[in-house]
Design a protein around this ligand. Structure first.
Ligand SMILES: NC(=O)c1ccc[n+]([C@@H]2O[C@H](COP(=O)([O-])OP(=O)(O)OC[C@H]3O[C@@H](n4cnc5c(N)ncnc54)[C@H](O)[C@@H]3O)[C@@H](O)[C@H]2O)c1
Ligand SMILES: O=C(O)[C@H](O)COP(=O)(O)O
Length: 528
């Protein structure tokens, strides 16, 4: 049987040789298909290979009745509808390492061009203007570079900038003091980074959490005359806020390789003299293109012939016999992870997962991976899935322990998850109640009974008459309905908790109002 592979973006000829030379594969290259044409063509293909240009929408995936795998020759998979792929049983693989070096080099090229106004000077000279006065730059040496997202590319950029004798301050949710010290970088929150930096470069994926991470409020915190680089994804920086910050001279310059909408030809930012730009060229080198095409071709070939993938991005299939017994717990395990990560302060160092009762008798590794996925998802988004969750945790320096115990506290099954950071230990436990579904039954030392669904608010407060009433009336003033409320306390007059289910997610302002109430120690909104 021959597998048909469609390549819909330009990939390196050398890189796709593993596929072209495979006897059981027929490769078709069609890089000028419209979305409609792609939606029609795809139905005959077993695999699709893309870069960032092809938008692999739900509609395309829906039409792809034979499609088994989508290979992304690069890192970002925000052009692929991962939910649709998962729902249709299509595995998505990427090539996460092949273009790291090129993207880091491009970032440095942009940083240096920005500091020395090279594109502007070149443009003037091409227009017959020998203008030295308007193109006075600044040195990088001794300046502080703020790096937001210290993953593969961010870390390479930091190391190169240190070579330019810059000081680095970074923020990454997985950056510990030990790692920062080893890399010779300072670290802090996003606020610390933007306040101290002379230049700021972002290297996060584009996720719900990182969309407009740099916005009008963040710009206000920055030094006057700061310069910004984005070679990661359009949308991490709010483009309207950046425009405003440049026009008002808060920001002296910006170097952009990526835009919220691409291709970005008539973009208002491109009209500004202070903005230099390239058309998403970070990975456009001979070497990177060859690397990513080879990696993804091999992975696609391997998957088509053996069913195994090295770099899967979405959910894999779980063996049927394991699935049948543990499937009912999948939902609970992920929700416990998400719940816990929202309560956790500090960098996660250890995750302990305890299985008891009937759960202690089954193979639970897929549940462990699913729980880790729930915990890491907040910061890694679609980059973490069941297959790579343990690997991701290990890569982030997190120790994961799985234990089967007999202490199920009267429940026929109990899944307890504990997370340790330098700030302390947090835990949550859940169970499946026969006929009633999943329940969260313990938060730290407090017993609760909560359906892990919807919009939750977790409040730590002093056990004092009036605290519950104040929360209730504040929510009533905000026209927010309380569906359920759980309360618990450690001792009379000591610390207590309220766990509410409400009808909508609290926005920043609403959270702030609750946080300001007397006797409240902390308020966390959690979306499950
Ligand atoms: N311009 C280009 O052509 C080009 C080329 C390659 C990659 N990229 C993009 O660069 C980005 C980084 O790629 P990578 O390979 O380094 O990925 P990576 O996964 O190795 O690193 C991303 C890092 O961002 C961190 N992060 C997540 N949420 C964060 C937050 N809220 N604040 C700070 N840090 C956060 C993660 O912990 C992780 O360490 C991706 O968006 C990728 O698509 C662009
Ligand atoms: O995420 C990536 O790998 C880069 O943005 C590269 O995208 P490209 O393959 O379209 O150059």
């Amino acid at each position: 049987m021959k597998f048909k592979v469609l390549i819909s973006d330009p990939l390196s000829e050398e890189g796709i040789l593993p596929l072209k030379e495979a006897e059981n594969v027929e490769v078709v290259v069609a890089t000028d298909l419209s979305p409609d044409e792609l939606a029609k063509t795809i139905k005959d293909f077993d695999a699709l290979l893309v870069r960032s240009q092809t938008k692999v929408t739900r509609e395309i995936i829906r039409n792809a009745s034979k499609l088994k795998i989508i290979g992304r020759a690069g890192v970002g998979v925000d052009n692929i509808d991962l939910d649709a792929a998962t729902e249709h049983g299509v595995i998505v693989v990427n090539a996460p390492d092949g273009n790291t070096n090129s993207a880091a080099e491009h970032t440095m090229a942009m940083l240096m061009s920005l500091a020395r106004k090279i594109p502007q000077a070149y443009f003037a000279l091409k227009n017959q203007k020998w203008d030295r006065k308007s193109h006075v730059g600044v040195e990088l040496k001794g300046k502080t570079l703020g790096v937001i997202g210290l993953g593969r590319i961010g870390a390479e950029v930091a190391a190169r900038a240190q070579g330019q004798r810059m000081n680095i301050i970074a923020y990454d949710p997985f950056l510990t003091a030990e790692k920062a010290e080893k890399m010779g970088v300072d670290y802090g929150t996003v606020e610390d980074v933007v306040k101290k930096a002379d230049f700021i470069t972002v290297h996060t994926p584009l996720l719900k959490e990182t969309k407009h991470l740099i916005n009008k409020d963040t710009f206000k915190l920055m030094k006057d005359g700061v310069q910004i680089v984005n070679c990661a994804r359009g949308g991490i920086i709010d483009e309207d806020a950046l425009y405003e910050a440049i026009v008002t001279k808060k920001v002296a310059g910006a170097a952009l390789d990526v835009f919220e909408e691409e291709p970005a030809v008539n973009h208002k930012l491109l009209e500004l003299h202070e903005v230099i730009a390239t058309p998403h060229l970070g990975a456009s080198t001979v070497e990177a293109q060859e690397n990513v095409a080879i990696d993804v071709s091999k992975d696609v070939l391997n998957f088509l012939t053996t069913g195994l993938a090295r770099n899967p991005v979405n959910l894999p299939s779980v063996p049927k016999e394991i699935m049948r017994r543990i499937e009912p717990y999948f939902h609970l395990s992920e929700k416990l992870g998400i719940f816990l990560t929202n309560l956790t302060e500090g960098v996660i160092e250890e995750i302990n997962i305890y299985y008891s009762g009937e759960l202690a008798e089954v193979e639970v590794a897929p549940l462990t991976r699913n729980t880790i996925k729930g915990i890491l998802k907040k910061h890694l988004g679609e980059h973490v899935n069941d297959v790579n969750a343990s690997y991701m945790a290990e890569k982030k320096g997190i120790t994961v322990n799985e234990q089967k115990t007999n202490t199920s506290k009267g429940f026929t099954n109990l899944l307890k998850v504990e997370v340790k950071t330098k700030e302390g230990t947090k835990s949550v436990a859940g169970t499946l109640l026969n006929g009633l579904g999943a329940r969260i039954v313990q938060v730290d030392t407090y017993s609760v009974d909560l359906v892990p669904e919807g919009h939750l608010v977790f409040i730590r407060h002093k056990d004092q008459p009036g605290a519950i009433g104040r929360v209730g009336s504040t929510l009533a003033d905000q026209q927010i309905n309380i569906a359920t409320m759980q309360v618990g306390r450690s001792n009379v007059g000591g610390e207590a908790i309220m766990l509410l289910t409400i009808d909508k997610h609290l926005d920043e302002q609403e959270l702030e109002q609750l946080d300001q109430l007397a006797d409240i120690y902390g308020v966390t909104a959690i979306n499950l």
